[in-house]
Write a protein that binds this ligand. Sequence first.
Ligand code: SAH
Length: 196
Amino acid sequence: MVDEQIERRGIQDDRVLAAMRKVERHCFLPDNLWESAYRDHPLPIGEEQTISQPYIVALMSESLRLVGDERVLEVGTGSGYQTAVLAELAKEVFTVEILPGLAERARSVLETLGYRNIHILIGDGRKGWPENALYDAILVAAAPREVPEALLEQLKEEGRLVIPVGEVNQELELYTRKAGATSSERIASVRFVPLR
Ligand code: SAH
C-alpha cells in the first residue's frame, strides 16, 4: 500500500512513510472489511462515519512537518487510525471525538496496540481541548464550513493547523501561525464527513 499508493503519489517525508508502514490499518476495521484494509479508500466504521483514505492520512500528516517532540491535537478520532499515525510522529497526541461509541472503540484498539502517548476526550472538538493547549500542530478530520476560531487560538506560535473546509466541495487547508497572524494555503480538494 505504501509503495504503490502513498510514496508513488508524492509523499516524501521518511518519518511519515515509516509510520504508514508500521501502523496496520486492518486493526482499526471490523473483520469483514480486512480484505479491503490496504486499498486506498475510506471505509465505513459505523455511525455513518468513515476511516480516512490512507493517502489523505499521509498527506495531512506530512503537511504538519512533525519531527517528534510535538504536542498535537486531533479533532475527530474516528477509528483511531490517524491518531496512531500521529502518535508515531509526535510526542503526545490529544484527540477529541464527539461520538462516545467510536471514542471507546478507538481507545480499546489503541490501548491494545500499546500506545501510551494518546489522550482521548469525548466532546465537541470545535472547542479544541483548552486544558492541554497550546499545541504545536492540530489536525481536523471532519469538515466545517469555516475554521473554528477556538482551534486557531490553541495553536502555538509557528504552529500548523490542517483542516478540510467547505460543504460539498471541500479544500484541505493548512494554516500557519506567525507573529500573532495566521496565513493559509490550499493543499488539495478532498471529501470528508461534516464536522458536527
Ligand atoms: N481519521 C479518522 C476518521 C475520522 S471521520 C480515521 O481514520 O478513522 C471524522 C470523525 O469526526 C468521526 O468519527 C466523527 O464522529 C468525528 N466528529 C464529527 N464532528 C465532530 C466534532 N464536532 N467534534 C469531535 N469529533 C467530531
